[in-house]
Ligand binder design. Structure first.
Ligand SMILES: [Zn+2]
Length: 301
């Protein structure tokens, strides 16, 4: 909590004192998939969260990370998050193509972005080997594959996504227009909605400038659940891809949303937790910063 702005009468020029953050609790539009099993032992650290991030191998580039990454060694077992079916077992075909397992989970019908859906897919990537065959039934907690570093990962880890309604991403269907799997939306949500988390803590926003408004925001260490920026000028929501041009890879990876620019922290910052710098390019009357649970902070200007 050391980063929360606080009253300080010794600093009359301190703009933070006039701009207290108020706690807010909103709902979430992401369906409740129920409590799932962890895809890997929770002793493995989360090393990359869902949403915009700075690329490991090129500090000047950012992309939209549609899953979460658990640090792992090659051969670490990974587990089915619920009862389901091994839908697609795709070995690596080249050094840039990760071995990937898709498990289909059929559930009670739910609504997401106006669509009636009845299944989701857990997608495990950068694997070194599989422990199931295509079409094989799997049960929750079953060992289904082994983590690795195929497909150009720069260290062994498990990348896992939850995709609602369709196994293929918008990116895939854009690149493979003849595929039978065509999605007209980007189906990935932050898996931390449904996975057991080793850490859950509040967001820590800090106003570093009021004109223009610049906010530094951090997750609790390894929490990685920042999701939404809302103001009188608009909404940016990672889960819903609201505020993004999600129709192209370039649009999805662009961190400039018109009224706010979002800059993911560089890795290996002096502080451990990953966060963002938000620069508001137009004056805003109020801002809310929310995590995936709809919890966060409101700032009146
Ligand atoms: Zn990843």
């Amino acid at each position: 909590m050391r980063e929360r702005p606080r009253e300080d009468d010794s600093a009359a020029q301190d703009s933070e004192a006039a701009s207290p953050w108020l706690p807010v609790q909103r709902g979430t539009e992401v369906p409740d998939l129920g409590g799932l099993e962890a895809p890997i032992s929770l002793s493995h650290a989360l090393e990359s969260g869902f949403g915009p991030r700075r690329l490991d191998n090129d500090d000047d580039r950012t992309d939209m990370h549609l899953g979460i990454d658990y640090d792992a060694t090659v051969g670490t077992p990974v587990y089915a998050v619920a009862d389901g079916t091994a839908f697609r077992v795709k070995p690596s075909s080249s050094s840039s193509d990760p071995a990937t397992l898709y498990i289909e989970h059929v559930v009670a019908p739910f609504t997401f972005q106006g669509r009636e859906l009845d299944r989701y897919y857990a997608v495990y990537s950068h694997l070194v080997d599989f422990n199931v065959l295509e079409d094989e039934a799997v049960s929750a907690g079953q060992e289904v594959a082994f983590a690795g570093e195929t497909g150009g990962a720069n260290s062994p880890h498990l990348h896992i996504e939850l995709r609602l309604g369709t196994w293929c991403s918008l990116r895939y269907s854009t690149e493979n227009p003849d595929s039978s799997c065509a999605a007209d939306y980007d189906p990935a949500i932050n898996p931390l909605h449904a996975f057991p988390a080793s850490v859950e803590g509040p967001l820590s926003p800090l106003v570093v400038s009021e004109d223009p408004l610049i906010v530094k925001l951090r997750h609790a260490e390894q929490d990685f659940d920042f999701n939404r920026i809302e103001s009188d000028l608009g909404v940016v929501d990672f889960d819903l891809r609201q505020g993004f041009d999600a129709s192209t890879e370039e649009g999805l990876d662009d961190m400039d949303y018109g009224w706010v620019q979002l800059s993911p922290d560089r890795r290996n910052d002096e502080e451990d937790a990953q966060g963002y710098t938000l620069r508001f390019t137009e004056p805003v009357a109020w801002v809310e910063l929310l995590d995936i649970h709809g919890e966060g902070w409101r700032l009146e200007l």
